[in-house]
Write a protein that binds this ligand. Structure first.
Ligand code: IPM
Ligand code: MG
Length: 371
């Protein structure tokens, strides 16, 4: 029997509640299967880690994350930590995980379940059947470029600098991930940048063009300016298959795409490193795209679907358990078809449920699908 080691990092706010629903599913798979077992460790990240240890993530937790087969992450941040020193702010824990584990490829699938097409802020015909994969570069760009500082000038004014920087290698590897994914989908990649304003955009466009020629001439590549991409996502989202873009544009475009699925509470993500040359294993972290939602935290109101779907991505991308991942996705679709809704996706005539009721309903569907 294979044992997969999971590190759970619930973090802050609703992360704690949604990760609890993933633990329910882990329990289900452990009780059901005699081929695969998940062992679970947990630790603190974000504000919770700051309160306990004075840092957003400890070296010990980082060491556990390095060793784990996959990290399942909840959310970080909240008003309670608004005034902690900048380097210890809750988000620093997540950014350190991404950077130190070199999780450069962030996959954010925006899928609109038919039952939720009316919950989207766009018209049903625009989003029904939507299936986009946003591939966001996650360890470079303006998030990590140096200098990154606020300095006081001689005249007393302050000046802030963030640096947008990309190397050929960074663009190459993320572009290859996008092409590999497109081959298993509709074979279309849009590369979004701002080559009309930014030197990084010029390089990004050149490198994606070169990689296309040498690595994936069988896939269609379209270049699109990032602002136009934002507009086209609202105008006609189904024209897209895979969108590859940098760290900051990817952050913005993925929140936009999330709303098409009905709610930010629906969007999962996978952050992957390069495959280990010997074992083929990739370091990986799975997290919902929504944040810690302090306004509803601790009330049992959060939508656990994005976190549960992130766990399904772990089954698919880290453990090669595609059939089990499909089962989880199907269980989610069925629960939605039956009319169960958390507050964020509530519509007239549907049944409003809380976080754990939603998690339990998905587990019950899984049980009946697996029976
Ligand atoms: C995301 C989040 C993070 C980001 C924050 C929490 C640092 O918005 O994962 O999209 O900006 O990358
Ligand atoms: Mg974001």
């Amino acid at each position: 029997m294979t044992t997969h080691n999971l590190l759970l990092l619930p973090g802050d706010g609703i992360g704690v509640e949604t990760i609890a629903e993933v633990e329910r599913l882990i329990g289900f798979f452990n009780s059901k299967s005699n081929v695969v077992r998940f062992s679970v460790d947990r630790d603190l990240v974000g504000g919770a880690a700051y309160d306990a240890h004075g840092v957003a993530i400890t070296d010990e937790a980082m060491a556990k994350a390095e060793k784990a087969d996959a990290v399942i992450f909840g959310a970080v941040g909240g008003p309670k930590w608004a005034n902690v020193p900048y380097q210890h702010r809750p988000e620093a824990g997540l950014l350190r995980l991404r950077k130190d584990l070199d999780l450069f490829a962030n996959l954010r699938p925006a899928i609109c379940y038919p039952a939720l097409a009316d919950a989207s802020s766009l018209k049903r015909e625009l989003v029904e059947g939507l299936d986009i994969m946003i591939v966001r570069e996650l360890t470079g760009g303006v998030y990590f470029g140096e200098p990154k500082e606020i300095v006081t000038l001689e005249n007393g004014e302050r000046r802030a600098v963030d640096t947008q920087v990309y190397t050929t290698h960074e663009v190459e590897r993320i572009t290859k991930v996008a092409f590999d994914l497109a081959r298993k989908r509709k074979n279309l990649v849009h590369s979004a940048e701002k080559h009309n304003v930014m030197r990084t955009g010029v390089l990004w466009k050149q490198v994606t063009t070169d990689v296309h020629k040498s690595y994936a001439p069988d896939v269609t590549l379209e270049h699109i300016l990032a602002d136009n991409c934002a507009m086209q996502l609202i105008r006609n989202p189904k024209q897209f298959d895979v969108i590859v873009t940098d760290n900051l544009f990817g952050d913005v475009l993925s929140d936009e795409a999330a709303m098409m699925t009905g709610s930010l509470g629906m969007l999962p993500s996978a952050s992957l490193g390069a495959p280990d040359p010997k074992t083929g294993r990739r370091k990986a972290l799975y997290e919902p795209v929504h944040g810690s939602a302090p306004d509803i935290a601790g009330k049992g109101l959060a939508n656990p679907i994005a976190t549960i779907a992130s766990f399904a991505m772990a089954l698919r991308y880290s453990f090669d358990l595609g059939a089990e991942a499909d089962l989880v996705d199907k269980a989610i679709a069925r629960v939605l078809e039956k009319g169960l809704r958390t507050g964020d996706i509530m519509q007239p005539g549907m049944t409003k449920v809380g976080t754990s009721e939603m998690g339990k309903a998905i587990e019950d569907e899984l049980k009946s699908l697996a029976a």
